[in-house]
Design a protein around this ligand. Sequence first.
Ligand SMILES: CC(C)(COP(=O)(O)OP(=O)(O)OC[C@H]1O[C@@H](n2cnc3c(N)ncnc32)[C@H](O)[C@@H]1OP(=O)(O)O)[C@@H](O)C(=O)NCCC(=O)NCCSC(=O)CCC(=O)c1ccccc1C(=O)O
Length: 262
Amino acid sequence: MEPFQDVDYSVEGTTAVITIDRPDSHNAFRGRTVDELIASFRRAWGDPTVRAVILTGAGKKAFCPGGDVKQRAETGDYGPTDSGLFEIGRLHRIIRDIPKPVIAAVNGVAVGGGHVLHVLCDLSIAAASARFGQAGPKVGSFDAGFGTAYLARVVGEKRARQMWFLCHLYDAETAERWGLVNAVVPDEDLMATARQWAEEIGQKSPTALRFLKQSFNADTDHQAGLSSLSMSALDLFGSSDEGKEGARAFSEKRAPDFSQFV
Ligand SMILES: CC(C)(COP(=O)(O)OP(=O)(O)OC[C@H]1O[C@@H](n2cnc3c(N)ncnc32)[C@H](O)[C@@H]1OP(=O)(O)O)[C@@H](O)C(=O)NCCC(=O)NCCSC(=O)CCC(=O)c1ccccc1C(=O)O
């Protein structure tokens, strides 16, 4: 997998910074991106000098707009990976399981599976221009399990269902009001604020932080089972005519036609 193609990994002081960097697709993830993200989190986990992790996207426009829909429209999958598997579930698990706080620095649009990534981070800081939403029902996909149940824990059932059923994008101010992010800062202050929070965390007791994170997680860990089930369902859905229509419509830049499906 080395050298990384889709992800940049760096350590600054006690903070690991993991940056999704796929400019041609607004930082959408393919299978390789997911492999590299998992490898980055494993590195941060194993490095005793790292006390906190920042997850962000390259550029000013996008944090991550989810799975690479154009790749899916073209090949029916998310492209080659090390194991032959698309390991998005493992990525979700490692963001939760790494015993160090993970801060999402949401620098732009966070949609679909990209939105789920920031929701799973321990803390989220948004640039003022960031936008948030789910998009699966528009593109023949869904990211249930943590993407629904944990989102509902964060923003409440009504708002979570609104996000999934309407597929609108919400601005950073709304995200803060809903409790979807911890803070909104001017775009140009985003990374400095995230680094400052990470450094502050880095001065706290790592053992206390580890037990606290695991304790927060324990209350929602059963949702991993829902995620596994929904990923199996999504494998089937993705290969259906209905799933394919969503991905094709996105890559052909037209509205999807789901009228024939019940
Ligand atoms: C993100 C947008 C709102 C940005 O809009 P805008 O600023 O107007 O820019 P655009 O011109 O639309 O986009 C710029 C450029 O980027 C390309 N792009 C954007 N998003 C994607 C994407 N997701 N995949 C591929 N490429 C993308 C876009 O085509 C443009 O390229 P050009 O070559 O210049 O045309 C807007 O772009 C938008 O709404 N994007 C789609 C967002 C979306 O639908 N996301 C959901 C994807 S599905 C998903 O994430 C499922 C999760 C998942 O993968 C998964 C999770 C868990 C288990 C299983 C799965 C699974 O198997 O699917």
